[in-house]
Design a protein around this ligand. Structure first.
Ligand code: MLT
Ligand code: MN
Length: 310
């Protein structure tokens, strides 16, 4: 299987369109150690011909233009795409808005939990995806799924989907409830395995806590792609960017005592890579001490165009 990160940033992207904070400003100014990143998405394929898109970001059109693997096949007919299926890990804007880019009567299959499917079904703007052309398939919270294209044929990518600690999409939060109205299936992780592979990619772009159950999903030859939203839980508050902690947003920090570096430290795993990185996160500066800290702890910081071969 081959994986490519086509968008390494969290919601808002890097730089964020309305942000004057120093990280975004350095990216706007083309400072070489602040590489811009588009919003959270990646692709996987076993044959380098048919691709699965994991999360459809608001930057999808630009991501397709930036990614030769996703261009229409030269011999593919007047309308053509190598994207056979789209898998969604939650219903946040950074993961579903790109579906609206895919509205030009192109057949493909969408996979999501019933919770996320309900969001798409209840919002009439997604009726732009004509159900007689685009197929919707519900992912269970346990068990395996062989991804198929619209012709019903398996394309050589297998998924195990599982609920992870997290929360409901930002625009659906019920502020009268302690858990904001969140339920299992609002946020999932995926174990992704290609045809004939003996190892997998564990993809968890949003996660509020690493449980023992999550750690058990991972084998020593696997690659972990994990929520890298914030470096410290209170970094947005300290930077005056907003009132919320990472925990309130359903994200773990990288470096706090209860953060992801510690949580995964004793887990044997081949590669650990941060994805979904918020524009406030100092690791986006290649030369920062925070970047050195995560790299010394054995983590990589993903970037747009990063390829991972299993
Ligand atoms: C998140 O990951 O917390 C969301 O993408 C927030 C958002 O939708 O802006
Ligand atoms: Mn997000």
């Amino acid at each position: 299987m081959y994986i490519k990160i086509i968008g390494a940033a969290a919601g808002g992207g890097f730089p964020q369109w309305n942000c004057n904070y120093k990280t975004s400003q350095n990216a706007f100014n083309h400072c070489p150690n602040f590489s811009p990143r588009t919003q959270s998405s990646m692709i996987a394929s076993s044959d380098m011909k048919r691709w699965v898109l994991f999360n459809a970001s608001p930057d999808l059109r630009q991501q397709i233009i930036n990614t030769p693997e996703l261009h229409p096949a030269k011999n593919g007919g007047l309308r053509s795409t190598p994207i056979a299926a789209v898998v969604l890990t939650n219903a946040d804007i950074d993961h579903i808005a790109g579906l609206l880019t895919m509205r030009e009567r192109q057949p493909f299959v969408i996979y999501a939990t019933s919770r996320v499917m309900q969001v798409l079904q209840e919002n009439p703007v997604f009726n732009v995806l004509d159900r007689s052309i685009v197929k919707f398939k519900t992912l269970s919270l346990s068990g395996e799924t062989d991804i198929v294209g619209v012709d019903g044929n398996a394309i050589g990518i297998k998924l195990e989907s599982f609920a992870v600690p997290g929360k409901i999409a930002l625009f659906l939060e019920d502020l009268s409830k302690q858990d904001l109205g969140s339920q299992a299936g609002d946020t999932i992780g995926l174990k992704i395995t290609g045809l004939g592979d003996h190892s997998s990619v564990i993809y968890i772009p949003g996660c509020a806590d690493v449980t023992d159950q999550l750690r058990q999903k991972v084998n020593s030859e696997d690659v972990l792609l994990f929520d890298g939203t914030l470096f410290t839980d209170d970094e947005m508050i300290k930077a005056d960017l907003g009132p919320k902690t990472g925990k309130r947003m359903g994200h773990m920090s990288m470096s706090d005592i209860d953060g992801s570096i510690n949580a995964w430290q004793n887990c044997k795993i081949k590669r650990k890579i941060f994805v979904h990185i918020n524009n406030s996160n100092p690791v986006l500066n290649d030369l920062s001490k925070e970047r050195a800290l995560v790299e010394n702890a054995g983590w990589e910081v993903s970037y747009d165009g990063m390829g991972i071969k299993l």
